[in-house]
Design a protein around this ligand. Structure first.
Ligand code: PLP
Length: 399
């Protein structure tokens, strides 16, 4: 056991001088040590060992080894999480296996707060399965009531990427199970942000990405969890060779690997996994309960400050912290230009159409003084109508 440390742990990150980073919910900053770990892997392993690295450096075991580190953070046992691919792919895998577990049911249930890629992947799967399934999208507050015996799988993202609204995982999972449905959670905005206990939750599947609150870097590999009692009967839709029981036997036909290895698809992204493995060191000694308390405090300071000083902005996140993840969103007609003006003043958040300004609170590297300064700068941008300058109105490709 490592000793609990107090937050923040800013010294564990590279953050440009003067920047207040409120976008760790979209791309976490670079943890210190990642650059050395990656560079060492490239020179000492790839350059020196060439293809031998798969054995001598254990690259082949990395997706499950790093998965076990995540498992410890998410209340899962060892060998229940595999890493690789992107979240969209992992959503597809979990969804396809879920649908196969309930062959007599035709509804994939989701909510209108889900991230579009999850919904798009469901549409693609439904088309491939001959359009015999229905993607049923209800309002977030209607998810529980919509759990009928038609539902094969409920595919829900716990924290809404736009508003930060947070579902009660345990309660919704119980409702899904009472209706006989499979429960699939997307933890993209939960992992590393709020306490998660997959064992207590008892959901069948969970997926998430590692480049948001887990700071794995742009394009870092995604994760998939399968409840241990189901792994041996889960049928992988993406039956790639590295999910085969004996990849190097090169058999002509697919046989799933024993255990969570079957959710692997192809060659693991070794460089990216090396970065992630090192990035997870920043969690040493951090208690998730402390992180959550600090996140709620920072969010409340921000909400109170903005509401007192920026009357044109309206809160679109739940006011009750228990119903909110680790981000706060405000709507404003000139939200895009305002965010550009903020970024130009080193307060970095982001924007989601049509009018939502998002601010992520990551207590690993933010303290109350940062949040108060961000409020000051936001109030100044609004008071002086700095958003009304042409240079802030040009829309970039990534918002
Ligand atoms: C960020 C996010 C994604 C992104 O998927 P990628 O395949 O990693 O690009 C998907 N779903 C949700 C819910 C997200 O928040």
């Amino acid at each position: 056991m490592t000793k609990p440390v107090s937050l923040p742990v800013k010294e564990r990150f590279h953050l440009p001088e003067g920047v207040i980073y409120l976008d760790g919910n979209s791309l976490g900053p670079l943890p210190r040590g990642v650059e050395d770990a990656v560079s060492k892997m490239i020179t000492d392993e790839w350059a020196a060992h060439l293809i031998k690295g798969w054995n001598v450096d254990d690259w082949m075991a990395q997706p499950i080894r790093v998965g076990n580190r995540l498992a410890a953070m998410l209340g899962a046992p060892d060998n229940a999480i595999a890493l690789g691919d992107t979240l969209s792919i992992k959503v597809y895998q979990a969804l396809a296996s879920s649908v196969e577990m309930r062959p007599d049911r035709r509804v994939i249930l989701s909510d209108s707060g889900n991230f579009p890629s999850d919904l798009y992947m469901a549409e693609g799967l439904i088309r491939l399965l001959g359009n015999r399934h229905e993607l049923r999208i209800v309002a977030p507050e209607e998810v529980e009531a919509a759990m009928t015996d038609e539902v094969a799988v409920a595919m829900i993202t716990q924290v809404d990427y736009r508003t930060g609204r947070m579902h009660d995982m345990d309660r919704i999972t119980r409702a899904a199970h009472a209706a006989g449905a499979v429960m699939l959670w997307d933890l993209a905005h939960s992992a590393g942000a709020v306490p998660v206990d997959l064992t207590v939750c008892e959901c069948e599947f969970a997926v998430g990405c590692t480049y948001k609150y887990l700071n794995g870097g742009p394009g870092a590999p995604a994760f998939i969890y399968v409840r241990p009692d189901l792994i041996e009967t889960t049928k992988p839709a993406l039956s790639g060779w590295l999910g085969h029981d004996a990849p190097f036997a090169f058999e002509p036909s697919y046989r799933p690997a024993v255990g969570i290895e079957r959710m692997r698809v192809g060659t693991p992204p070794v460089i990216a996994l090396t970065a992630l493995e090192r990035a997870l060191d920043v969690w040493e000694g951090i208690e998730m309960a402390d992180l959550r308390a600090a996140s709620l405090h920072l969010s409340e300071v921000f909400i109170a400050g903005v509401e007192a000083r920026c009357p044109d902005l309206s809160l679109v996140s739940p006011r009750d912290g228990r119903e909110r993840g680790s981000q706060v969103s405000f709507a404003f007609e000139h939200g895009y230009a305002t965010m550009q003006a903020l970024i130009a003043r080193d307060v970095i958040g982001d924007f989601r159409a049509p009018d939502i300004m998002r601010f992520g609170f990551t207590p690993l590297y933010l303290d109350e003084a940062d949040v108060r300064r961000a409020v000051d700068i936001l109030a100044e941008v609004l008071d002086r109508r700095l958003w009304d300058r042409p240079e802030y109105r040009q829309t970039n490709r990534v918002t």
